[in-house]
Design a protein around this ligand. Structure first.
Ligand code: TXA
Ligand code: MG
Length: 316
């Protein structure tokens, strides 16, 4: 029952009601959040969740993040310990996803958890996402709203360009303010960073008052579905470039000579917000070879470098 053409829904009461009806009927609705656009389905409806994988062309059933309208709703689906409570209190609503033990009778589709006994949950900090979630009044499973392996969407037009004909609707939430995906922290055992993202890891450790396992630590549980090649523009990507070689377009950071710059002032928050938009722009320009300036590897720079490393990884 895919709507064609894709409905662009305005963020008002009538729009949220329409979007919630589509979800209740098993449809797919993309929506703006502060990180990236999500592709939402009713997390308790197996067929609808399977539709997410089909629309994205996701190669296998990797677990999905469930989006909720508040911490109380999250406690209905998973078990919180002291670390989880502290992180939720400090960073929700916001760009933090917690992986926690799933309550057995929660009713969430096994396609959401990929059969794991843990669940990833997030409360987004964006008025459009919150109004949509409140109107639907249930858990919404949502990966980023892009075809698998491609650049994540930070505007409704990115979603339409990638998924037209494969999903029902998109709620326009304007450009995403954070611009990279949420930070994922597992609190199942020892707290562990599973993915760098919109909340710097330094803020997580400061909140917990202790260090946490990092992704390159052998004791850190692997987050399923972190493919090496991901977030990829059409062109080949070369990292840590001081200047462009012949035939390359330079994606700059800081005071470098180029027309396309993540942040001429060298501001990591601005660079994160602009990252995926610049990669989409490079696709639109038809850039076949892309050089990227070095980005400092702290704060939001860690999430930016993680995405760029995957954009530059060898592809099948
Ligand atoms: O900012 C975001 O997180 C965006 C917006 C839409 O909320 N969503 C997003 O979803 O980035 P997605 O599907 O692109 O990434 C979800 C990540 C995957 O790498 C998956 O492996 C991990 O979350 N994940 C989900 N459930 C998990 C679980 N139970 N245990 C470990 N990792 C999990
Ligand atoms: Mg994604």
């Amino acid at each position: 029952m895919i709507h064609a053409p894709l409905l662009k829904i305005s963020p008002n009461a009538q729009g949220f009601t329409k979007a919630a009806e589509i979800l209740r009927a098993g449809g797919l609705v993309a929506f703006g959040t502060e990180t990236v656009y999500g592709l939402g389905a009713d997390a308790c409806n197996d067929t609808a969740v399977a539709g997410i994988y089909a629309a994205k062309g996701r190669p296998s059933f990797n677990p999905l993040i469930v989006h909720l309208d508040g911490p109380d709703a999250a406690e209905k689906y998973c078990v919180f310990n002291d670390n989880a409570h502290a992180l939720a209190a400090a960073f929700w609503p916001g760009a933090l996803t917690l992986v926690l033990p799933l309550k057995p009778d929660a009713g969430v589709s096994k396609l959401v958890t990929a059969g794991l006994d843990t669940l990833a949950v997030r409360v987004p900090d964006h008025a459009v996402a919150q109004d949509f979630l409140r109107t639907f009044a249930g858990p919404v499973a949502a990966p980023s709203a892009n075809p698998s392996g491609r650049i994540s969407p930070t505007t409704a037009d990115h979603v339409i360009a990638g998924l037209e004909g494969r999903i029902d609707a998109v709620i326009d939430g304007g450009p995403c303010s954070v611009g990279v995906e949420s930070t994922i922290v597992s609190c199942v055992d020892e707290p562990a960073l599973l993915r760098a993202g919109g909340i710097p890891s330094e803020a997580i450790t400061a909140c917990l008052g202790r260090s946490i396992l990092m992704p390159d630590d052998p004791d850190t549980p692997m987050s399923p579905g972190q493919l090496a090649s991901h977030y990829a523009p059409q062109g080949r990507v070369r990292l840590n470039a001081d200047a462009a070689d012949d035939g390359e377009v330079l994606l700059g950071f800081g005071p470098v000579d180029t027309d396309l710059n993540l942040s001429p002032a060298g501001d990591l928050t601005e660079a994160a917000a602009r990252l995926f938009g610049c990669l989409h722009q490079l696709d639109a320009m038809g850039a076949t070879r892309i050089a990227v300036s070095p980005i400092p590897d702290h704060g939001l720079g860690r999430a930016i470098n993680d995405r760029l490393k995957r954009a530059a990884a060898p592809r099948d």
